[in-house]
Design a protein. Structure first.
Length: 276
């Protein structure tokens, strides 16, 4: 299969003992492209994904302040993100958004930091990677107000909303990315969304090392397991897993303006002139 893992945290300590072997397993499983996510709050962690993108031609990076860490955000963090956004291998800003499940940061602080980063991403002309947990109405409202007009779109990572919410996101230029939880027995609602949305708006991810798919549940997740997401979505759409994988990979390349070799083509989100 030609797989793309559109969201993985390959820098975290869970992979310290076998990181290169883990990446080798991903390649052996067919993962041809991976988007590595860097998150604070420490300044050095904001760019933690970049070294992997700069040393592996099939890996790209993103950087952003996660809503959990919003309470720690300072002007220094925002300045570092602005610097990182102009690195050639950083193709997106995120993950950013709202999380009302844990409320590790006060909701009003999450919103302030979310809006601030949207403004920064707009200025840097980078699409955004959205984290949204139990906050979809507020998240969609903020994106409608502060982001839609940018035309840059982005990715709704680990999507957990309804079909109507997915359609609203797609209308604002977002791709919908499904993680390992789409394979869980009780996640029929997610499989229903994955069956109904346009195939050319769909992505897949692992969110490694979190959310291992059903065959590996309870263990550390890793990028090779994105193949299980492809199999599950293939089952609900009555398509071969390799066809779903190929389409999702083509969606990622198209959205970020990459050719089959990972080089920039000039095509960008929303059909705008190249922002790279």
């Amino acid at each position: 299969m030609n797989l793309t893992d559109s969201h993985a945290h390959v820098d975290v300590s869970d992979f310290d003992a076998d990181r290169e072997a883990m990446l080798d397993r991903a390649r052996a499983a067919g993962v041809g492209t991976l988007l590595a996510i860097g998150n604070g709050p420490e300044l050095e962690k904001l760019g933690a994904a970049l070294p992997y993108a700069e040393t592996h031609d099939w890996i790209y990076a993103a950087a952003g302040i996660h809503p959990h860490e919003a309470r720690h955000a300072t002007d220094a963090h925002f300045a570092e993100l602005e610097r990182l956004a102009h690195k050639p291998r950083v193709i997106a800003w995120g993950e950013i958004g709202l999380d009302y499940h844990y409320d590790h940061s006060p909701r009003e602080v999450q919103e302030k930091v979310f809006r601030h980063q949207l403004a920064q991403a707009r200025a840097a002309k980078r699409p955004v990677i959205i984290h949204c947990r139990e906050a979809m109405p507020d998240c969609l409202k903020i994106l409608e107000q502060d982001w839609r007009s940018s035309g840059l779109g982005g990715i709704f990572h680990c999507f957990a909303g309804t079909l109507d919410e997915a359609r609203q996101a797609i209308e604002m230029g977002f791709l919908i990315s499904f993680a390992g939880n789409v394979t869980y027995p009780k996640a029929q609602n997610l499989r229903d969304v994955a069956r109904e949305i346009p195939l050319d708006q769909l992505l897949m991810e692992t969110d490694s090392p979190f959310l291992a798919p059903q065959p590996h549940r309870g263990r550390r997740n890793e990028p090779a397991y994105v193949a299980e997401v492809a199999r599950t979505i293939g089952n609900v759409r009555d398509l071969p897993a390799n066809q779903v994988a190929e389409m999702a990979s083509a969606n990622f390349r198209r959205f970020f303006g990459l050719d089959h070799s990972g080089n920039r083509t000039g095509a960008v989100p929303g059909g705008l002139s190249s922002h790279f």
